[in-house]
Write a protein that binds this ligand. Structure first.
Ligand code: SAM
Length: 281
């Protein structure tokens, strides 16, 4: 009887998350799919060869990166009709600040099967380390390098009530933290560096303090910045809206009162409605 591991994979696209530092973080299922894929689309074959060496397999690899993706994609879509095509990036989850979304889009449009193998992602790993709210978060990828464009990109999200996650490099860390502090003010933040590697560290603090800490020389390695959401100084809280709600409830039913106060304060209508019901009770 053949084990599932020795059977041919069904044709289609397999999106395979790979470790962001510690090769032992490759899941057994990811290793199995890589071992049985007919071809692996890779960013850099030297990086993926090391991973394949770690699990003791050799598979054909095809470079798929920003510079050749448009040319290579139609052939890969064609192959997915008959073959199992795995997609990996150098580290972490493909498509997250990495190539792949157009491959998935075109694979779906062509009716190919698309399977994902979830796994490491630096953004999510850093979010779990930061000790900041996780109920709403916004992933910003890498901010523009030029100061003006960077400040504009930060200003665009300054009012968003969510934890922000950014990818950054050591040399630019100090400047980026300073720009974040300048536009966002006194927010809690975390710098997660070399996650799952030997020199892993997470430093937390107010943005301006972190900017001062990293102003001189940026640290080595790969970095994620996590910034907490705006506090009450950036806008009214639900408690701040109680007086307005109470006044509106004297005139209106709860749903209408919540809608009126939501319009006036920018707070969420559903939160205000729950608060209105509590006040009435
Ligand atoms: N697709 C990847 C993922 O799922 O995380 C991200 C690829 S992006 C091109 C690379 C960036 O991710 C790095 O510049 C760094 O900001 C972040 N990163 C990757 N590995 C990391 C690690 N071990 N620790 C901290 N940040 C990491």
């Amino acid at each position: 009887m053949s084990s599932p591991e020795s059977e041919r994979l069904s044709p289609g696209l397999y999106i395979v998350a790979t470790p962001i530092g510690n090769l032992s973080d490759l899941s057994p299922r990811a290793a199995d799919i890589l071992a049985r894929a007919d071809v692996i689309a890779v960013e850099d074959s030297r990086v993926t060869a090391k991973l394949l060496g770690h699990i003791g397999v050799k598979r054909p690899m095809l470079p798929y990166h920003d510079h050749n993706a448009d040319r290579v994609r139609p052939g890969l879509i064609e192959r997915m009709a008959r073959e199992a095509v795995a997609l990996v990036s150098d580290a972490g989850t493909p498509l997250i600040s990495d190539p792949g979304f157009k491959l998935v889009r075109d694979a779906r449009a062509a009716g190919r099967a698309v399977t994902t193998l979830p796994g490491p992602c630096a953004a999510i790993a850093a979010l779990t380390l930061a000790g900041l709210p996780t109920d709403r978060f916004l992933f910003l990828g890498v901010l523009p390098a030029k100061a003006k464009a960077r400040a504009e990109a930060i200003a665009e999200v300054a009012g968003v009530r969510a934890t922000l996650i950014l990818y950054e490099s050591g040399p630019r860390l100090g400047a980026t933290l300073a720009a974040l502090a300048e536009v966002l003010g006194e927010r809690e933040a975390a710098v997660a560096r070399e996650v799952s590697k030997k020199f892993e560290e997470t430093v937390t603090g107010i943005l301006a303090n972190l900017a001062a800490r990293y102003a001189e020389a940026g640290p080595k390695g790969e970095i994620v910045i996590v910034v907490g959401p705006p506090g009450i100084e950036a806008g009214p809280s639900l408690a701040d809206a109680d007086d307005l709600l109470a006044e509106a409830l004297a005139r209106l039913p709860a749903a209408k009162a919540a809608a009126e106060v939501a319009k006036a304060t920018g707070l969420q209508k559903r939160d205000l409605y729950a608060r209105a019901l509590a006040l009435k009770a």
